[in-house]
Design a protein around this ligand. Structure first.
Ligand code: 3EB
Length: 341
């Protein structure tokens, strides 16, 4: 696995065949059925107990993270349609011309524990994506309960990483590792929830010069390193970048223990750095064309999160604030998102 180095694309006289229209991401408070009526809707996400738990339509998924304000808008992904959707072999699928969405939920008890569930889930999803017409994974979200429970290598997040690595060992992703998020929910359901975005043509993975690549984290963070790229540039003509879950890690070390404001600053510095690596112009980083999710560990930090992000980001940057646990217990905040939506 090599570090993806930023490359300067050669000037091309005509649009490249590999270029896709961008995925469009929006946060919307419209009723769910009205959103799902859209033939160009690839996926819809609800957050927390106020959102519908489920829907017959495979394009809807609830994530059990509570929004800061009790209720959150839906996150909606739109593509060039029409979109076809189905449930097949335990996976919810939706597919347009260029992109595919998929989701799998795996009961940990059916596979012994979180490690077994992760291995099973990753085997399933890698096989299913590889066999599909959209074989290039751009982005993955992983949500698990009680992520920091257990000490040292027995911590549930670390066991998840071991299972994920085992599930990937057989086949792995077609390209580099995708961008990813790994966050802890607090619903007490030991059900691993994973969803993803794949495309007809490959994206380009980027690393962050301020951070050691996650897959190269030293042994002290677990038996198997997390397998994700810091960012994924979409195969689109206009720059569109999926930003992995990003926290106050510099090198491989967590910084500013117990200082929320400083962790948030470090997180924003990391995002700025990875967007620079992915060739997003300085003026366009985290602007109105972004869609962000801020995962905050402690409810008492929510006001500061809103205030500080309001000060540091352009006023129009759409951001969802969700209560969630970060995969190292000293980390208080993590931010992911998409730039250029
Ligand atoms: C980090 O930088 C913070 O295990 O898939 C961020 C994004 C993190 C994805 C994952 C973990 C994951 O290491 C944690």
């Amino acid at each position: 696995m090599s570090i993806a180095t930023p490359h300067i694309p050669a000037a091309t006289p005509h649009a490249h065949a590999a270029e896709l229209p961008p995925l469009r991401v929006a946060y919307e408070s419209t009723p769910l059925d009205a959103i799902l009526a859209g033939a160009d809707v690839l996926a819809v996400f609800g957050f927390g107990t106020h959102a519908p738990a489920a829907h017959a339509d495979p394009r809807y998924l609830r994530v059990n993270l509570e929004p800061a304000d009790g209720e959150a808008p839906f996150e909606v992904w739109r593509v060039r349609g029409p979109v076809r959707a189905e449930r097949r072999d335990g996976i919810a699928w939706a597919e347009g011309d260029d992109y595919a969405y998929g989701a799998i939920e795996v009961d940990e008890s059916a596979h012994g524990d979180v490690e077994g569930a992760a291995e099973f889930a990753y085997r399933c999803l890698v096989d299913a994506i590889a066999a599909s017409a959209k074989p290039h994974t751009l982005r993955i979200w992983n949500y698990l309960d009680a992520i920091n429970l257990g000490a040292g290598d027995a911590e549930r997040y670390r066991r998840f990483c071991v299972g994920r690595a085992a599930g990937l060992a057989a086949q792995g992703f077609a390209d580099d590792y995708p961008a990813a998020t790994g966050i802890g929910v607090r619903d007490g359901r030991r059900v691993l929830q994973i969803y993803w975005l794949a495309a007809r043509t490959p994206g380009t993975a980027f690393e962050n010069p301020r951070q050691v690549s996650a897959w190269r984290y030293p042994r002290q963070y677990g038996i198997k390193a997390p397998t994700f790229a810091r960012a994924m540039r979409a195969p689109t003509q206009q720059v569109q970048v999926y930003i992995s879950g990003t926290a106050a890690i510099v090198g491989h070390v967590s910084h500013h223990h117990d200082d929320f404001a400083k962790q948030l600053d470090e997180t924003l510095a990391n995002i700025d750095s990875v967007l620079a690596a992915a060739q997003v112009a300085a003026a366009a980083r985290l602007d109105a064309g972004a869609a962000l999710k801020a995962y905050v560990r402690r409810a008492e930090d929510l006001d500061a999160a809103r205030r500080l992000l309001g000060e540091k980001l352009p006023a129009q940057t759409p951001t969802l604030f969700l209560l969630g646990d970060i995969c190292r217990s000293e980390l208080l905040v993590e931010i992911d998102g998409i730039q250029g939506a």
